[in-house]
Design a protein around this ligand. Structure first.
Ligand code: SF4
Length: 218
């Protein structure tokens, strides 16, 4: 996809949804970090169901440490990999207190040094909490980037770097949300809904999925 086509791709997403937001619920930067750690290999809806009660009671690293690993597990046992995630959330809360005065650092290296926090989680926190132009490539963005030709790459890091180079201002801050939502609701994994897609003519994917009525008639 050319730079001009990429700009038009984003312009359409922006026009359709001017203020995209993460679907992961949180009450402050700390709980956003915890929610993102919990969301690995889990759905946002599943994480939200577990964290509503948790974050109503616990919204600081100190309160999380006081709750303890077993107490945390009781809240998140419906989320996949909850044993490892509980261990990581307690350890990262202790690290935030020890290294950052209980605050979440606005710094990639410091974030990635926390237990359970990888590049993608750091990218989400830097983007959503601090408004930085980062591109958190999840399974939806990886698929949309490769399918459409917007950002092709064999690894998530390659796709992230391509997005970084091809995404123009003023779309850089919201790019990751638009692409996730597009992948989640339109450019779906099994059957992309090309017939109702606003990117139909810009996208390299072939053959396009026809409208259901057309398929039935064929
Ligand atoms: S046209 Fe189809 S494959 Fe291309 S972005 Fe839209 S839904 Fe995805």
């Amino acid at each position: 996809m050319t730079r001009r086509e990429a700009a038009e791709f984003y312009r359409r997403l922006a026009e359709a949804n001017p203020h995209p937001e993460t679907e992961l619920e949180s009450v402050n930067v700390y709980t956003l970090l915890v929610a993102v750690v919990l969301s690995a290999q889990a759905t946002d809806a599943g994480v939200n169901r577990a964290t509503r009660a948790l974050f109503a009671a616990v919204d600081t690293p100190a309160a999380m440490v006081a709750l303890g690993e077993e107490g945390l597990k009781r809240h998140i046992r419906t989320i996949g990999l909850f044993n490892t995630k509980a261990k990581n959330v307690i350890a990262l809360s202790e690290a935030l207190i020890a290294r950052h005065g209980g605050a979440v650092p606005r710094d990639r290296a410091a974030l990635e040094a926390l237990p359970g926090v990888g590049r993608k989680t750091a990218n989400v926190v830097l983007n959503v909490a601090f408004g930085e132009e980062t591109f958190a490539v999840d399974t939806h963005i990886f698929r949309v980037g490769n399918r459409t030709g917007l950002a092709r790459g064999k690894t998530v890091l390659a796709v992230e770097k391509k997005l970084d180079s091809i995404t123009p201002a003023p779309f850089r801050v919201h790019a990751h949300h638009w692409l996730i939502l597009h992948g989640r609701y339109v450019c779906k994994a099994r059957r992309p809904e090309c017939w109702r897609c606003i990117e139909h003519d810009l996208c390299a994917f072939r053959p396009k999925t026809p409208a259901p009525a057309t398929r039935a008639a064929a």
